[in-house]
Structure formats: structure tokens, C-alpha cells
Design a protein around this ligand. Structure first.
Ligand code: HSE
Length: 303
């Protein structure tokens, strides 16, 4: 028996809500899983017909998904074969790993008689990534606020996104590993920067809850991760400051750990966004693509 899970992309942080909010997009990985009998976890990655096969170990997120599933259910892991058809660009800040983790866990649950609840799977997924802001929207769809509580479980809540607000992801053609993007973050932040982010996070949730564009425009700012990551994303600060001048732009933020930039606009016309991004990244010789979305309201599911 083979199970296929369709699992969405996501964009975490949305500026100030570092490690605690994310939104799912209609861009998907397909995770096809069947049991094996040799105890190994064999992974086949199919990235636009570039197919790579390897047997993975402890260091791999798919291995971890199965390991933690079987630890939690106190059952034997006899091995798996996993084929991932990737349509979510890898290492771009679009939740590709979270999508694969959610797919592996949902498939493992199905192949073993569904012993775990969705909450259990969300908890395991967040424990693998160490933060819940991509893994949770991968399971739930939509815009979600999420935290890992002291007992390890994820507390989350979805909030309706305003239908007039579009998200354009500007995806540069280079990879940025989350480990590197986290390694440049400081041990401590200044008290005034922490207060700034608390204010902006509160504004962001209020703006989304009340569909208030003026508050959203003020909220989409950050002082605790983006300033440190700027050096890893050439052109980022220029694009953000140029887009701030545009009436239809509510904000531009780093998508997750980057290097993708997420631009939130009111209305459908984003020609001005494309012109600004083209001017700045073209001058820096950075190739990219832009996709415009409304959120995917459904989370990962068996197809
Ligand atoms: N909140 C995480 C970060 C998302 O910004 O590092 C990346 O997976």
C-alpha cells in the first residue's frame, strides 16, 4: 500500500511574529510513502525530473518523522520508501521541509492504522523543526499563530485572512539554509527592539483579525531577525524601503528565514512591485521568479 500526501508551502514570521506565525500557500509537495521491510528509510527526491535517491539517517528530517512517530506510538519501525515530488523551491524560506515532514507524518499515521491525532502529528512536526511556524500551517492551512508550550505541545489558532490581501513571493534563484540564517541571529536583543516587536506582533494579529489595512501597514516590520539577515539577502533592504512608498503595498518581509521576500498587497495589480524588484535584483544580477497567491486554506491531506 502506498499513501500520497499533498502538503502546502508556507511563509513564516510575516515580519514581527518570529517563530510564532505562518501562512500556507497553494504550492505543494507530494509525499508518496510505502513501508519497507529492511529497516532503512530510502528517500527519492524528484525535483523537476532531477531524481536523486539516498538512504537517510538520524540527521534527515524524514528519518526523524518516522523515528518520532514510532517512539510516540511505541511501535516497530520496519523502514519506509518515500518519494517526494517537490514543487516548493528548496531552502528558499517557503516551508519545503515542513511540508515534507507533515506529509511523512500523515502517511506514517495512515499506514499504521491512524493511532495519532492531528494534534499529536503537529506536536511531533514542531519538535523536529524546533519552531512551529511552518509545520503548523502545513497541517492546518491558512494563517496560524502557534507556539510550542512548556510541555512540548503546540498551541495554535487560525485567523481568517482578508480576501483583498494578496501575497507575492519573490523567490531568488539561490538557496539559503535555515541553519545559516539562524546562525547570524544574536544571543540577545536590545530591550527597545523586543518592545518594538511585541508592539508590531500585537498590531499584526489585530490587523489580520479586523482586516485593517492601515494597522497592517504599520505591523509588517521587524527588528529582531530581519536586520541580522539582511547581509544574506542582497537587495532586501532596498526592496523593502522602496515598496514602503507604494500605496497598494501593505508591507514586504523576509519569508521565513529567506531568501524569498513576501510582499503583501491590496488588490490584484502588482505591476509596480514587479518593476521595483526587477530594478533592484536585475542590477545585482539576481535571477528570481514572482508568484502571487491568496492563502491555501486546507492543510496537508491524503490524496
Ligand atoms: N521562524 C523560522 C526562522 C522560520 O525565521 O528561522 C524558518 O524555518
Amino acid at each position: 500500500m502506498e499513501v500520497t500526501v499533498k502538503a502546502p508551502a508556507s511563509s513564516a514570521n510575516l515580519g514581527p511574529c518570529f517563530d510564532c506565525a505562518g501562512i500556507a500557500f497553494p504550492l505543494y509537495n507530494f509525499v508518496k510513502v510505502k513501508k519497507a521491510a529492511d529497516g532503512d528509510v530510502k528517500v527519492i527526491i524528484d525535483e523537476k525530473n532531477d531524481v536523486r535517491t539516498f538512504v537517510v539517517d538520524e540527521k534527515n528530517i524524514i528519518f526523524q518523522a518516522f523515528k518520532r512517530f514510532h517512539e510516540k506510538t511505541k511501535t516497530e519501525n520496519t523502514g519506509y520508501e518515500v518519494r517526494v515530488e517537490t514543487h516548493i523551491p528548496i531552502a528558499r524560506g517557503l516551508g519545503s521541509s515542513a511540508s515534507v515532514i507533515s506529509g511523512a507524518l500523515i502517511a506514517a499515521n495512515e499506514l499504521n492504522g491512524n493511532p495519532l491525532s492531528k494534534q499529536d502529528l503537529i506536536d511531533i512536526a514542531a519538535s523536529i523543526e524546533g519552531h512551529p511556524d511552518n509545520t503548523t500551517p502545513a497541517f492546518t492551512g491558512g494563517f496560524v499563530v502557534a507556539s510550542i508550550e512548556d510541555d512540548g505541545h503546540v498551541l495554535y489558532e487560525k485567523i481568517d485572512w482578508c480576501k483583498d490581501w494578496k501575497i507575492s513571493v519573490c523567490i531568488p534563484d539561490y538557496k539559503l539554509l535555515t541553519e545559516l540564517a539562524r546562525s547570524v541571529l544574536p544571543e540577545k536583543v536590545a530591550f527597545k527592539d523586543a518592545v518594538y516587536n511585541i508592539q508590531k506582533s500585537a498590531q499584526l494579529i489585530t490587523a489580520i483579525t479586523n482586516h485593517n489595512a492601515d494597522i497592517m501597514r504599520s505591523a509588517l516590520n521587524d527588528k529582531i531577525h530581519q536586520p541580522y539577515r539582511e547581509k544574506l539577502v542582497p537587495g532586501m533592504s532596498e526592496i523593502i524601503s522602496e515598496l514602503k512608498k507604494e500605496n497598494n503595498v501593505l508591507g514586504c518581509v523576509l519569508s521565513g528565514a529567506g531568501p524569498t521576500l513576501a510582499v503583501i498587497t491590496e488588490g490584484d495589480n502588482i505591476d509596480n512591485v514587479k518593476t521595483i524588484v526587477e530594478k533592484i535584483w536585475h542590477d545585482l544580477d539576481i535571477k528570481y521568479e514572482i508568484m502571487t497567491f491568496v492563502p491555501e486554506e486546507n492543510g496537508a491531506a491524503i490524496v
